[in-house]
Design a binder for this molecule. Structure first.
Ligand code: ADP
Ligand code: MG
Length: 699
């Protein structure tokens, strides 16, 4: 049914091989993509019978008589055709025209309709009217075709407004009469038009209100796209639901021992998250749960008790960390905590090689290792588990979808708990993880000290450095984070090295350097020096962003803080304020701070609430930045911009409506076999979500 719409855009009139790249860049590569390119403005093309009625600078259509042709006298001078409306002279102006064509359509003495932007200029001392590159020249009877309000579309280099208008008109003519897939009652309540009607109206706005996202046609189309998206997420979830999993009921045996030995009790949200997780793991299908919690909210402990439940049920578990530093830190704390229950932990990273690695792999295959902590190295082929029951993925957004899939294939559909400290605003949560259940740790463990954050110019570096001298005397430890210079690690490194040398001169033997290019052992040693206190300052690139836990660190200096994402700054800042001393974070900015950057740093100064920061970041910078990367699978809707701050609430509520409906549809008709189901399949196809759903299912 949609075959014509799914053709390549070269099927459209005026899109040849030469212009294809421009259109593909502007709208997308299929005919259907042209439909989603909605106008952003309107312009009125005024019908006039005399130029006296026309307004300079605006579009006008008029019937005139062609008086004379004036070829360019010199190159770069325009070709002119002089016309008259009976009272006024109008010059049609062309640069580099194809003259035979002009001669053919503008015959001297003939009546012609012309249409285009008109202006007043001077010619030989007279005020005249001018129309540069008329949009249309035609017969008198064409007059009525070229008057009224026109949609104005966003452009890109290589195409003109008129070209885009025509291409989109052509694309609209490809739309077949489609059946209604939305609930008729809901449509009636909201007075939404049919899909075909909505599309037509959205491309022919009559007023500025019609351009607004709240106009019925636009709302309906936005909703269609969101429903398609949520439905495909749900459908892949249904497929997953059918995947059997193990029932990991646990016995409580190890759990109680470890819990008793903890020097503190679990916070109420840790407990609640564990209740959710326990219920999921007991089910005979695979768990897919996201655990969100701000930096320092205690996610590791939740992960630990989830793993214990799997172990009590006779299964192995894996904990995946994005960096080696973090993996080693997890190993240290988790093996200390589980020792009392006699649980065996091991680590596998790129650093375990040769005999050590061989031994680990053997023990793993024999089922002797119960908790395997590691980095990407765990994905590799020779790593075989005896009986893998649960995989915990720390900082899940650091891993690609394929990597996560690879790991889940290491067992018989093991349960998966993904953790993230990058708080995901609800809208994004739905958009990205519509198919995932989630738990949130909303409070932090008791006894945390607030962090004072200051925003100051880099020109005050000398003051900051002399402040450090005093801080070191009073036994404070300092993280010094160097700027992201570019996307390249090499230039980050140069900046960090330079800063390290500068500080080393001032604080001899009290400074260590850590960066991503260092060998594992070197990193460990730098980290250990800082954590033991044999150095007071740790100069770092963003490798310290995740996981590092040094309670004595109370000061953090971040150079060129304006170059970091807010969530990243929040993560970095979370490295201090972990002990019982007051902590300070200095956000230093370079010259020429833009208004937005200033606002962003101001948010950091005012708030320590990761969720609020993420929401604000979303508003100021757009969705992709919150998660740091676009590969994180952030959907880009064609018809609504989730990140557009004025409409976050509108789109958020539309999205949650779509989420609910998708859920209900999947419950009733998970294979889309009913009459409505068949129509919804068309919707999925229209928005390119069909392939998506199938891809996920096969993965
Ligand atoms: P994150 O959520 O950032 O991964 P962690 O799990 O690393 O946080 O926890 C941060 C610190 O808080 C750790 O030192 C941990 O031992 C401590 N912690 C976790 N839960 C509690 C609790 N319920 N009470 C007190 N301290 C806790
Ligand atoms: Mg953590």
């Amino acid at each position: 049914m949609l075959r014509t719409l799914l053709q390549d855009i070269t099927a459209l009139k005026g899109v040849g091989a030469k212009r294809r790249p421009f259109y593909a860049k502007l709208m997308g590569s299929q005919v259907v993509d042209a439909l989603w390119h909605l106008p952003t403005q309107i312009e009125k093309r005024q019908a006039v019978t005399s130029m006296n009625e026309a307004k300079p600078g605006q579009l006008a259509t008029i019937v005139v008589e062609i008086v004379s042709h004036h070829p360019s006298e010199r190159s770069r001078r325009p070709y002119r055709i002089v016309c008259t409306d009976g009272q006024n002279m109008i010059h049609l102006v062309f640069f580099n025209p194809y003259v035979p064509f002009l001669k053919r359509i503008a015959i001297i003495g003939a009546q012609r309709t012309i249409s285009g932007k008109v202006d007043r200029t001077k010619s030989h001392g007279h005020e005249i009217w001018e129309m540069v590159h008329p949009h249309h020249i035609g017969m008198p009877e064409d007059y009525s075709k070229w008057v009224g309000i026109e949609p104005i579309y966003g452009l890109t280099a290589g195409v003109t407004q008129k070209m885009v208008q025509e291409v989109i008109q052509d694309a609209l003519s490809y739309v077949p009469d489609l059946p209604e897939w939305l609930d008729e009652k809901m449509m009636a309540e909201r007075t939404w038009p049919s899909f075909n009607e909505a599309l037509k109206q959205a491309h022919s706005p009559k007023s500025l209100t019609d351009l607004h996202p709240t106009s019925s046609p636009k709302l309906r189309l936005s909703y269609d796209e969101m429903l398609a998206h949520q439905l495909s997420l749900r459908l892949s979830r249904v497929a997953q639901r059918k995947q059997p999993g193990q029932c990991l009921k646990g016995t409580g045996e190890f759990r109680n021992k470890i819990l008793e030995a903890l020097p503190f009790s679990l916070t109420s949200c840790q407990q609640k998250a564990l209740v959710d997780i326990k219920a999921d793991m007991e089910q005979p299908h695979q768990m897919l749960r996201l655990l969100q919690g701000d930096v320092g909210s205690g996610k590791t402990l939740v992960a630990l008790f989830s793993m214990i439940q799997a172990i009590e049920s006779g299964y192995q578990t894996a904990l995946l960390a994005p960096t080696e530093i973090l993996a080693r830190q997890h190993l240290k704390s988790i093996s200390a905590q589980t020792e009392i229950a006699g649980i065996t932990c091991a680590i596998l990273t790129g650093r375990e090689q040769g005999k050590t690695r061989k031994k680990i792999l053997e023990n793993l295959a024999a089922g002797e290792i119960q908790i395997l902590i590691g980095t990407h190295a765990i994905f590799q082929d020779p790593v075989v588990f005896h009986r893998l029951g649960l995989v915990v993925i720390d900082e899940q957004h650091r891993f690609g979808v394929e990597q996560r899939l690879a790991l889940s294939q290491k067992g018989d559909n093991p349960d998966i708990l993904s953790m993230t400290a990058t708080p995901i605003p609800r809208t994004l949560m739905l958009a990205n993880y519509g198919e995932m259940d989630s738990s949130i740790l909303t409070q932090k463990p008791p006894g945390r000290q607030p962090i004072v954050t200051k925003v100051l110019s880099l020109t005050r570096l000398p003051e900051v450095v002399s402040g450090l001298a005093r801080a070191i005397e009073t036994k404070n430890r300092i993280y010094w984070v160097c700027p992201l210079v570019e996307e390249s690690e090499a230039s980050d490194l140069a900046a960090a090295t330079e800063r390290f040398e500068y500080l080393s001169k001032l604080f001899t033997n009290r400074v260590a350097l850590i960066h991503g290019k260092m060998k594992g052992a070197e990193k460990d040693s730098a980290m250990a020096q800082f954590s033991e206190g044999s150095v007071d300052i740790l100069v770092a690139t963003t490798v310290i962003e995740v996981g590092v836990d040094v309670p004595e660190a109370t000061i953090m200096v971040i150079e060129h803080a304006e170059r970091f994402g807010l969530s990243q700054l929040h993560q970095l800042r979370g490295r201090i304020g972990r002990g019982n001393k007051d902590s300070t974070c200095l956000l230093m900015y370079g010259q020429d701070l833009s208004a937005t950057s200033r606002k962003r740093l101001e948010i950091m100064r005012q708030s320590e609430d990761g969720f609020l920061i993420a929401e604000e970041d979303l508003k100021l910078r757009g969705g992709g930045e919150v998660l740091g990367i676009h590969q994180s699978g952030l959907p880009r809707f064609h018809l609504s911009d989730l990140a557009e701050s004025d409409f976050t609430d509108l789109y958020g509520s539309l999205l949650s409506m779509a989420n609910k409906e998708a859920k209900a549809i999947c419950k009733e008709d998970p294979n889309l076999l009913s009459e409505r189901g068949q129509k919804l399949k068309i919707l999925l196809e229209l928005f390119g979500q069909k392939r998506n759903a199938e891809y996920k299912r096969s993965g």
